[in-house]
Design a protein around this ligand. Sequence first.
Ligand SMILES: [Zn+2]
Ligand SMILES: [Zn+2]
Length: 195
Amino acid sequence: MTDESHVNEATYLDWFKKMGETAGMPSSAELERILRGSRLRVTRPRLAVLAAVHDHPHADTDSLIGFARERHADVSHQAVYDVLRAFTAAGLVRRIEPAGSVPRYEARVGDNHHHVVCRGCGTIADVDCAVGETPCLTAADDQGFAIDEAEVVYWGQCPQCARRATHGNGNGDGETSNTKVAKKEMDNGEKDRRV
Ligand SMILES: [Zn+2]
Ligand SMILES: [Zn+2]
C-alpha cells in the first residue's frame, strides 16, 4: 500500500488506525483517498462520518452522529449535518428518504440501485436495479422531461417481521402499516417473552 499522505494528514491516518479496523470497512487510507478524490479536505469529522456511512448503510442522521462519535468524540451535531450535506452534494453519499422515514444515507452511490423497506420495522435493504444498468430511467413517456433519476421503493415485510406475523396471532396480510404498528405495540410484551 502506498502512502502519499502529507505530514498533517499522516497524523489523522495514525489516529484513525488506532480507532480500530472493522472487517469490510474501507481502510483509513482509502477513506482519505475518497475525500481527496472529491476535492474535500481531510478532517477528523469527515473521516469519522464517512467511516460511519460506509459501516452502517441506510443509517439516519442521529445514528450516524452516534457512530461518528465512537471515532471522534467531540464531533458536534452541526458538524455531522454539515458533513453529510457536503458529502451528498459531492456525490460521495446518497441520501434516501422513503415515505414516512427520516433521511438516511449510504455510501453505495452511482449504480441506480433501489430499496426495499419493511412496513413493520422500517428496515431498509438494497435491491439491484430491476432491469440492469439504468434502463429504469427510460420512462414509457417522458413528457419531454430530461429524466436523470428513477426512484423505486419496494414495500413489504422483512423476514423477521414476516416470521413474527406467521407465528403471532394470525395477523392477516391485508392490514395497513398503521394497524400493524398498533398491533405490534400491543403485542410487544408478549413477543419479547416469547423470543
Ligand atoms: Zn421488519
Ligand atoms: Zn442502498
